[in-house]
Design a protein around this ligand. Structure first.
Ligand SMILES: [Zn+2]
Length: 287
């Protein structure tokens, strides 16, 4: 492993600008991803059976991702598979569409250990999201309340408006909303396009990405950020659904949303969270 990456270093093939915490060993990342998967799957019931996945960046070319079909709540070390991101990124950037069989073959080819399990078909979007500056950990779940909204006509409201201040802090001023498309290759291409459009329009990276009729993704430098963003998205969705039954929600004013996003004490809370959020913390992380 190399030493800590310097901010502003030249772009590598996997990652345009490196601006992340000092390198952590593969085993540290593996342990952290196991904690994340167990917390999301078991502690928070956000994924059952083979649903959802987690990934973590190892270096400029490689990442660890959950094996296809593995269960989040009982995820084992060998169910996190090392993957070479470059062939996946090359396919996403290419013009050609791949068949299901070609994608299957590609997923087996990109394993760094030929005896490892097959990585998740969602490796394609993980590979791309992990190229974004500062993004090192990704969590994706099929959470119930979030999906209640994402399977409803109110999904756009949930993506672009905010119901409570902590939703602004942990989920961002707004979220990217991706229409329902075939999971895997098509979804990854859509996601790259929509996230780039969001970044161009807002000047920041999203903290959360909402997938219609499917689920939610959170991305960050730390696994605690990812847990907080997913837990808060689920809490905000429950509030949204409850308020909708009473004729609401009454959303926060845009000016208030931007004020919260810029407030220093909120930044302080985010920093404290990174230091102190315990595993399986069910308490409101704002408190
Ligand atoms: Zn999914």
């Amino acid at each position: 492993m190399r030493g800590p990456p310097l901010e502003g270093m030249p772009a590598g093939p996997f990652g345009k600008k490196r601006n992340i915490e000092p390198m952590t060993s593969t085993e540290d990342i593996r342990r952290l991803l196991l904690d994340l998967a167990h917390d999301l799957g078991d502690g928070r019931h956000m994924a059952i059976a083979g649903e959802g996945n987690v990934s973590g960046k190892l270096d400029d070319r490689h990442f660890l991702i959950k094996a296809s079909g593995a269960r989040m709540s009982t995820l084992q070390p060998e169910e996190l598979v090392g993957v070479d991101a470059r062939p996946l990124l090359a396919v996403l950037e290419g013009e050609e569409d791949l068949t299901d069989e070609e994608i299957e073959r590609l997923l087996l080819e990109v394993r760094t250990d030929p005896d490892a399990l097959k990585p998740s078909v969602e490796s394609l979007f993980h590979a791309w999201l992990l190229t974004l500056p500062g993004v090192r950990i990704i969590g994706h779940v099929h959470a119930i309340a979030v999906n209640q909204v994402l399977c409803s006509p109110r999904k756009q409201d949930f993506a672009v408006r905010r119901v409570i201040p902590d939703q602004v802090v942990y989920c961002g001023v707004e979220s990217v909303l991706i229409p329902y498309v075939d999971p895997g290759f098509t979804l990854a291409r859509y996601m790259a396009r929509e996230v780039e459009a969001f970044r161009k329009r807002t000047g920041v990276l999203p903290k959360t990405i909402l997938l219609e009729n499917h689920g939610v993704i959170a991305l960050g430098a730390q696994h605690t950020e990812v847990i907080a963003a997913l837990a808060m998205a689920e809490k905000a969705a429950r509030i949204f659904v409850g308020a909708a039954t009473l004729g609401g929600p009454i959303f926060m004013d845009e000016s208030e949303v931007y004020r919260i996003a810029g407030r220093t004490d909120e930044h302080h809370r985010q920093r404290m969270l990174e230091r102190h959020l315990p595993q399986s913390d069910h308490a409101d992380p704002a408190n």
